[in-house]
Design a protein around this ligand. Structure first.
Ligand code: SF4
Length: 154
């Protein structure tokens, strides 16, 4: 059975979001994959050694900075490397990641000004995954992802 790498906050069951909030995905497509045992869940920020809750952070050029002015690029890079390692180890067919995150965003991220402004872009973990050739869908693209899976499993 083909495996899918997912953002752990979508998987649910363990609080990993920076604000300690819960954002588990409830779409039937996602829940079916979960029941089938296809999902490999990773939180790049927790795998990078950051605590929960943690300060809001955003990509700023080549760096990732917290809203308190701390450079957290090292932790985000470690998390991105762990996401890529798990994707390779599990030979995942694609990834489904939480939108807007500086790690997991696949279409949009915050612009680095901490003014609640989104811009087109991707998180660091998604950048690593895509650079290694992995296909990444956002959480809003589950139907497209399901079609892709069906094609690949024919
Ligand atoms: S790093 Fe990704 S998995 Fe972890 S809380 Fe943020 S969006 Fe979710």
């Amino acid at each position: 059975m083909k495996k899918i790498l997912v953002s752990e906050c979508l998987y649910g069951g363990r609080i990993v979001r920076y604000d300690g909030g819960e954002k588990a995905e409830t779409d039937p497509i996602f829940l079916k994959w979960k029941e089938e045992g296809r999902l490999i869940a990773i939180c790049p920020e927790v795998f990078g050694g950051l605590p929960t809750p943690r300060p809001d952070s955003q990509r700023v050029g080549e760096k990732v900075m917290s809203c308190k002015g701390t450079d957290v690029t090292k932790e985000y890079t470690k998390g991105a490397e762990e996401a890529l390692r798990l994707a390779k180890e599990n030979d995942v067919i694609f990834c489904v990641m939480k939108q807007d995150s500086p790690s997991c965003g696949s279409k949009t991220i915050y612009d680095g000004t901490f003014t609640d402004t989104k811009i087109p872009g991707q998180g660091l973990a998604v950048e690593y995954l895509r650079n290694a050739g992995f296909k990444v869908f956002g959480e809003e693209d589950l139907e497209e992802a399901a079609k892709y899976l069906a094609e690949k499993e024919e």
